[in-house]
Design a protein around this ligand. Structure first.
Ligand code: SF4
Length: 213
């Protein structure tokens, strides 16, 4: 099945996902760090703990200990607090102005983000796509699982799989935004570890479909 056909089926089945759920591009960046190795429900609690104060200036000014306390619900809070400080330090290069950051080329921004401690490919690409609206397709474990079951030859290398999407879809950040969100929705609710194939729009043609009858 073609990537665009899959997208249309997912969209028809689940509707728009309205990602990324955040009030500002900076909050998206913070969410991209906090969501590492934890469920989104814990990220929401950590973000709620900031109240009205989730700004780069606030994160820069408070102590490591204060930041750790605020984000404690997201788990790995010491490590994540250090990562947030580092990421915010990177954002300071652009005077905390998303348009100034956006004016840079995608490759430059990607290299800068990947050079930060604790920012891997998935986190960097989530920031590029959702906060900076760059046409970068985010790959995660859900993407691998769903596409492997659907019969795609999923490459082990992140970059190869990312390029596969980008070369077979229009370079459109809005499309990549919605597509990734739909994959996450599908993998989290239907194509789970143990898939619910009876509820799946792909079941008739999916080579990985389970028949539990
Ligand atoms: S039919 Fe089953 S295995 Fe295939 S995509 Fe749907 S839920 Fe996943």
């Amino acid at each position: 099945m073609e990537l665009h056909t899959l997208y249309r089926l997912l969209f028809r089945h689940y509707g728009p996902q309205h990602w990324w759920p955040a009030e500002s591009p900076y909050e998206m960046m913070v969410g991209a760090i906090l969501t590492q190795n934890t469920a989104w429900a814990n990220v929401k609690k950590a973000i709620a703990n900031f109240g009205e104060k989730l700004t780069p200036a606030f994160v820069t000014e408070i102590s490591d200990g204060e930041l750790e306390e605020i984000i404690r619900p997201s788990g790995f809070f010491r490590q994540k607090a250090a990562r947030l400080k580092t990421l915010t330090g990177w954002y300071a290069r652009y005077r905390y102005d998303i348009e100034t950051a956006r004016a840079q080329g995608t490759d430059t921004l990607r290299m800068e983000l990947l050079a930060l401690k604790g920012v891997g490919r998935e986190t960097a690409d989530s920031i590029l796509l959702y906060a900076l609206q760059k046409p970068v397709f985010v790959i995660d474990a859900y993407t691998r699982r769903v596409f492997a079951r659907l019969g795609f030859a999923v490459p082990s290398e992140y970059e190869v799989f990312r390029r596969f999407f980008e070369e077979n879809l229009p370079r459109d950040p809005a499309l990549y935004n919605e597509y990734h969100a739909l994959i996450v929705r599908h993998a989290a609710t239907v194509c789970r570890k143990r898939p619910d194939c009876a509820d799946c729009p792909f079941a008739p043609s999916c080579p990985g479909a389970r028949n539990d009858d």
